[in-house]
Design a binder for this molecule. Structure first.
Ligand SMILES: Cc1cc2nc3c(=O)[nH]c(=O)nc-3n(C[C@H](O)[C@H](O)[C@H](O)COP(=O)(O)OP(=O)(O)OC[C@H]3O[C@@H](n4cnc5c(N)ncnc54)[C@H](O)[C@@H]3O)c2cc1C
Length: 416
């Protein structure tokens, strides 16, 4: 067994783990980061890059319930369940349905909006602190619509959002086309979210945080954490490089966190993965000024340094099953319908990643264990990029035993 000298081991080098590692280093703590592949190898490299502060409503909604039967039969729909995975996902789905009750739904929306409201400011500060503000484009985003009947539901959505103080405005056809001249003249209007942003390259963002943390003294090792236990001496982590003994650990390995959480806390957390896809169009640079989502087609197009990223869809198929890249390819057809000229799809690249999701759509941000030796930051579902910098701030406060900026009860492990 090797005794580690660092103050804390962070397991998982995604956007959550690297943000936390950097914030802890900046707070004067010494960190050893472990990842079994490479920083950014998971969901964090391929996400849509949208700082989605406007997304304050949980996945569980009555609208989703209505779509469930279709989900089971349409493998290319925006939401789908691999029927072979149905027995495993059913208990999680039942908990999701339970969270559709108005009180539970409001609890999740309140807690999501608490995090989202502060997220962009904390990102701005974190990136400024490492001189990488260039990675963040604070230009807002648009949600466009094609059908006249969608307008009424979006106007209702504005009312719901205003209850959460989400800045939003309706743009008519002319205003939309003035803002985004390349989109199809068939589009009828949009909602504009001025307090949102996008990052120009999610993998470069992880790399930038990782490098900054290393410059501040963070150590890194590529190793797979296969188990762990709490002992009198500290936290023992089983890894492919042998057993490591450390004082504290932060579990931040995204969709794969469940076994380690159970080993170190005894809690069997209902963590599932919502698989999502993207298709990168490297030749469509600068076609859009901001990230644009489609209300009807339920996907997003984000202008990035490496081209236009088409991203979205939710697929319940577990951690092991291979990707169904037809789901990524179908994004191309949806995107094409939003432009009048043919998109250049030469060299397009599909990708699949695993969102870590809990049935109440809230992450776990907590500190536990007999001596507070286990910190937890996982389960950020569709909002891991958005909430990473704030999560890092909150984890640092928990680590330093400071009063957290917000009441963290909604994000506690003990809710399970
Ligand atoms: C298609 C798609 C689009 C998305 N778009 C957005 C968006 O626009 N905005 C937004 O806010 N969010 C978005 N998300 C969600 C966001 O990407 C995730 O919430 C976020 O990346 C989760 O980060 P993470 O660090 O928890 O997990 P990950 O990025 O998956 O990182 C986990 C890391 O842990 C490592 N690991 C796993 N197990 C072990 C182990 N046992 N030992 C050592 N290392 C281990 C992995 O190698 C990986 O590097 C999107 C997700 C997808 C799939």
């Amino acid at each position: 067994m090797k005794t580690m000298t660092q103050d804390i081991i962070v397991v998982g080098g995604g956007i959550i783990g690297t943000s936390c590692a950097l914030a802890l280093q900046q707070a004067g703590q010494s960190v050893l980061l472990l990842d079994r592949e490479a920083p950014g190898a998971g969901a964090s490299s391929g996400n849509a890059g949208h700082i989605a502060t406007e997304q304050v409503f949980p996945l569980a909604s009555t609208e989703m319930l209505l779509q469930l039967p279709k989900m089971l039969f349409d493998p290319l729909g925006p939401l789908s369940v691999d029927w072979r995975y149905l027995p495993q996902i059913t208990p999680w789905m039942l908990q999701l349905v339970n969270n559709m009750r108005p009180k539970a739904n409001k609890h999740s929306a309140d807690a999501l909006s608490t995090l989202n409201r502060a997220s962009l400011t904390v990102w701005r500060d974190l990136l400024e602190s490492i001189n990488r503000s260039d990675l963040l484009q604070e230009k807002g985003s648009l949600l466009v619509y094609e059908k006249p009947e969608t307008k009424a539901s979006l106007l209702k959505h504005i009312e719901k959002l205003s209850a959460y103080d989400v800045p939003v405005a309706h743009l008519n056809e002319a205003e939309l086309h003035e803002q985004a001249p390349a989109v199809s003249k068939r589009l009828l209007g949009a909602l504009e979210f001025p307090a949102t942003a996008h990052v120009t390259d999610p993998l470069k963002l992880v790399d930038a945080l990782f490098e900054a943390a290393q410059q501040q003294g963070m150590a890194y090792s590529q190793t797979d954490v296969t188990g762990g236990r709490l002992t009198e001496a500290g936290v023992e982590l089983e890894t492919t490089d042998g057993t490591l003994l450390c004082k504290r650990v932060l579990i931040a390995n995204g969709a794969y966190a469940k076994p380690l959480v159970q080993a170190l806390t005894g809690v069997k957390v209902p963590l599932e993965t919502e698989r999502g896809y993207h298709l990168m169009l490297p030749n469509e640079l600068d076609i859009l000024p901001v990230a644009i989502s489609s209300a009807e087609r339920r996907f997003i197009m984000t202008p990035m340094q490496g081209g236009l990223r088409l991203a979205g869809t939710v697929e319940f198929a577990g951690l092991e099953r291979e990707a169904n890249m037809k789901r990524a390819m179908m994004l191309q057809q949806h995107a094409q319908a939003l432009f009048d000229r043919p998109l250049n799809t030469e060299g397009s690249k599909p990708w699949m990643g695993r969102r870590p999701s809990l049935p109440d759509s809230l992450p776990v941000i907590d500190r536990t264990g007999p001596k507070g030796e286990v910190l937890l930051a996982f389960g950020h579902q569709h909002l891991g990029l958005t909430q990473a910098a704030l999560t890092a701030q909150l984890i640092t406060q928990l680590y330093l035993s400071r009063e957290p900026t917000y009441d963290l009860a909604p994000y506690s492990l003990s809710r399970f």
